[in-house]
Design a binder for this molecule. Structure first.
Ligand SMILES: NC(=O)c1ccc[n+]([C@@H]2O[C@H](COP(=O)([O-])OP(=O)(O)OC[C@H]3O[C@@H](n4cnc5c(N)ncnc54)[C@H](OP(=O)(O)O)[C@@H]3O)[C@@H](O)[C@H]2O)c1
Length: 266
């Protein structure tokens, strides 16, 4: 697909972007959305799902952007270091980076792990790994020339701070609260050269939502004032807002994408 002159008005026109965890779910939607918003090149990160990453890349390309797929396990320090280096080498200049990758401990083999195994894996990948990766990204950005502050966006969870009952609350709460706290501190450190923000999704329909019980399906709908599940596109809309160079006055912020949390659920 070729782009027309009117595309010059697109919010991400001509930018290079990296989306981690873009082989499925929310990350895939973000990558495709940024391409549709005018990005020139999109780096599609994945860990093991190469087929999914290729599918994302194909859609990114049909939206008019170049796509590159690159894998890394953010539970491994050397893989994180290599990924950061290769991402910048291959894209040259990076305008927006989205830390979306997250460990799935709810479906597949990991669903059988103990609470402690799940918590340790989540903390290792999403807190320690994401922090290490982000510090590489800002180091490189501090040496990158450009008039517009690049944008780094993290993905947290809307209930992380207030908490939620059961194992899921005790795992995702501390992990996603730490992600948000790290992002806020980084925003303080790197402004005004770099913008750092967080998107905190509520109940978003991805693979877990598709296979969940009737109880959770009802709860997801009823805990949103808008009375529906969120979609990956709802999250992508917020990420695009934060990633757009037009929004240079927005940093250190968290946007909840949950349709307004409803306290009326019984
Ligand atoms: N869905 C929701 O309701 C919801 C709500 C709040 C927050 N979130 C957050 O939104 C993000 C995306 O969620 P999703 O539902 O779209 O998940 P998903 O479909 O399971 O996608 C997760 C992505 O993260 C990658 N990943 C997993 N482990 C990794 C590791 N060790 N190193 C590097 N990458 C790894 C996966 O790669 P491979 O599959 O290629 O291995 C995949 O691309 C996550 O941070 C999640 O916590 C989701």
């Amino acid at each position: 697909m070729t782009r027309s002159d009117s595309d010059a008005l697109l919010p991400m026109q001509g930018t290079n972007v990296v989306v981690t965890g873009a082989s499925s779910g929310i990350g895939r939607s973000i990558a495709i959305d940024l391409a549709a918003a005018g990005a020139a090149r999109v780096l599609v990160h994945y860990r093991t799902n190469k087929t999914g990453a290729r599918e994302t890349a194909d859609i990114v390309q049909s939206a008019g952007a170049d796509a590159l797929c690159l894998s890394a396990d953010f539970g491994q320090d050397d893989d994180i270091d290599r990924f950061a280096q290769e991402a910048f080498q291959r894209l040259g200049h990076v305008d927006a980076w989205v830390n979306n990758a997250g460990v799935d401990v709810l479906t597949g083999d990991a669903a059988q792990w103990s609470f402690q195994q799940k918590l340790e894996r989540l903390l290792r990948v999403e807190v320690v790994g994401t922090a290490r990766l982000s510090r590489h990204v800002v180091d490189r950005w501090q040496k990158q020339a450009g008039d517009t502050p690049p944008s780094l966006t993290f993905i947290s969870w809307d209930q992380a701070i207030e908490g939620m009952e059961m194992d899921a609350g005790q795992m995702f709460g501390p992990v996603k609260a730490a992600v948000r706290a790290f992002a806020n501190s980084l925003a303080q450190q790197v402004a005004p050269t770099i913008r750092v923000n967080t998107v905190a999704p509520g109940w978003i329909r991805t693979s877990w939502g598709d296979s969940t019980s009737e109880y959770w399906d009802r709860r997801a709908r009823e805990q949103s004032l808008m009375q529906r599940w969120g979609t990956p596109q709802d999250v992508a809309d917020a990420v695009r807002y934060l990633a757009t160079a037009r929004h240079t006055f927005v940093t250190g912020q968290t946007i909840n994408v949950n349709g307004g949390f409803s306290r009326r659920f019984e």
